[in-house]
Structures are given as structure tokens and as C-alpha cells.
Ligand binder design. Structure first.
Ligand code: 13P
Length: 252
């Protein structure tokens, strides 16, 4: 029973720094209670996967196209990610929803494509600041879950309040726990027993000094880490703070 701690490197990492970061994570990961995954930019996936081969650290992509191949200039398909060594893929991150106009329906199609290629989708949901202020956070997240998860979904959900990403601000423990409880209830409602075992990650300004408090909350199955995942020591410190899980939400 393990927490899952995923590093989202976003658009960071030229060859030398990505390789050094991957080596640093690999060296510190052995013996960790948590399962670790890193998601480098597309150009570094194959190199990072080679460095992490045979280690306990998995590799993921940050997005994929819903089609397996075709005339889609600039896009990367799920089979391409798998071919490069990825086993996971982040989908529907708020930076893609906002920056690339991704809808719930598109995220759902991508989740289907990912599963078909043998990748485990990590589907992101989360309210923005205005929605939270208006008391619509839970409704927004419920709507995103209903629209973004396919009927046969078998993957991971990440709750990332948009206003907590890169801001140094996080919701209070009660708010995180309440949202994770809502997500769990929705997953069980939609997927039955399978939904009770799907990991639900929290993301948004998780740092070494708040990791234990956040990752120890009920129904928090791990973390999706942005900025702090770019420093191996910080990412490893966060992973070390993740508890061994004894309740639903396990990866293994
Ligand atoms: P930060 O950890 O930098 O807030 O980013 C969170 C995130 O967006 C991970 O996907």
C-alpha cells in the first residue's frame, strides 16, 4: 500500500539538467515507501526513461492527443509516449485547460486513448479562485469529474485547485479533505468498487515543509508536484513525507 508522488516538470528541462534531475531522483528513491513518477517534457522522456530503467521511479507524459497517429502537427500520441518509455500521462491539467482550451470532452477522449495505449491516466480537476469564492468549488469539480472520466476509467485523479498552483497558497486541511471525500464519493458512485481504490492525488504548492500535513490527510493518496519536483532533494523530501497508506487510494 503506497502513496503515489508524481513530479510534473512542466516546460522545464534541457538535456543535461533533465538527466541530472532524473539521476538525483533515482539515487534517492530506493527504499522509499511512496511510489514515484516523474513527467518530463516530451523531448526528455526517452532519455529520462533510460536513466530510470530498472529503478523504482516511473515515467509519464504531460499530455497526449486522442488519436493514435495522424495529421496533427505538433501533437504527441499515447502510443508514442508508451514507445518512449512512459507508463503514465497527466491529462486535463489546468494549464492545458486554460492555455489550450481543453474541454472535459477532450480530456475524456484523451483518457480513453491513454488507456488503449497501456498508459495510466492522471486526470486533473480543480476549481479556480472565482469559483471557490462563489461557493462553487465542489460543483465545478463534480462537473469536471463527470465530463472528463470515461465510463471505463481506470486511473488516477489529481485535485489541483487552480489558485494553489505555483502560488505558495494551499487550501486548509479541512477543505482538502472535504474535496477528496467528494471526489471519492463520486468515483465510488461512478465506478463502484474500482472507484474506492483509485488514487486521488492533491496538487498545488506542495513543498517539503507542508507535505506531511497534506499527504497525511484522509483520502489523499499522494501528490502531484510542480515547482518542488525540479529539485531532486525537495521532491524526495516530499515523497519521504508521504505515509504508507492503509485505506483506499493505492497504486500497487
Ligand atoms: P506547483 O507544485 O508548482 O504549485 O504546481 C502544481 C502542479 O500544477 C502540478 O501539476
Amino acid at each position: 500500500m503506497r502513496s503515489l508522488v508524481v513530479g510534473n516538470w512542466k516546460m522545464h528541462g534541457l538535456g543535461a539538467e533533465a538527466a541530472a534531475l532524473a539521476r538525483g531522483v533515482r539515487e534517492g528513491a530506493a527504499g522509499m515507501a511512496a511510489a514515484l513518477v516523474v513527467c518530463p517534457p516530451f523531448t526528455q522522456i526517452a532519455a529520462v526513461a533510460a536513466i530510470l530503467a530498472g529503478s523504482v521511479v516511473g515515467v509519464g507524459g504531460q499530455d497526449c492527443h486522442p488519436e493514435p497517429a495522424g495529421a496533427h502537427t505538433g501533437d504527441i500520441s499515447a502510443p508514442m509516449l508508451s514507445d518512449a518509455g512512459a507508463r503514465f500521462v497527466i491529462l486535463g491539467h489546468s494549464e492545458r485547460r486554460a492555455g489550450h482550451g481543453e474541454s472535459d470532452a477532450l480530456v475524456r477522449a484523451k483518457a480513453v486513448a491513454a488507456a488503449k495505449a497501456g498508459l495510466r491516466p492522471i486526470v486533473c480537476v480543480g476549481e479556480d479562485e472565482e469559483e471557490r469564492a462563489a461557493g462553487r468549488a465542489e460543483g465545478r469539480v463534480a462537473e469536471q469529474l463527470a465530463g472528463s472520466l470515461p465510463p471505463d476509467f481506470s486511473g488516477i485523479v489529481a485535485y489541483e485547485p487552480v489558485w494553489a498552483i505555483g502560488s505558495g497558497r494551499t487550501p486548509g486541511a479541512e477543505d482538502i479533505a472535504a474535496m477528496h471525500a467528494l471526489i471519492r464519493a463520486r468515483l465510488v458512485g461512478s465506478f463502484g468498487a474500482a472507484g474506492s481504490a483509485m488514487p486521488i492525488l492533491y496538487g498545488g504548492s506542495v513543498k517539503p515543509d507542508n507535505a506531511a500535513a497534506i499527504l497525511g490527510l484522509k483520502e489523499v493518496g499522494g501528490g502531484l508536484i510542480g515547482g518542488a519536483s525540479l529539485v531532486a532533494a525537495d521532491f524526495l523530501a516530499i515523497a519521504a513525507a508521504a505515509p504508507a497508506l492503509s485505506s483506499p487510494g493505492m497504486l500497487h
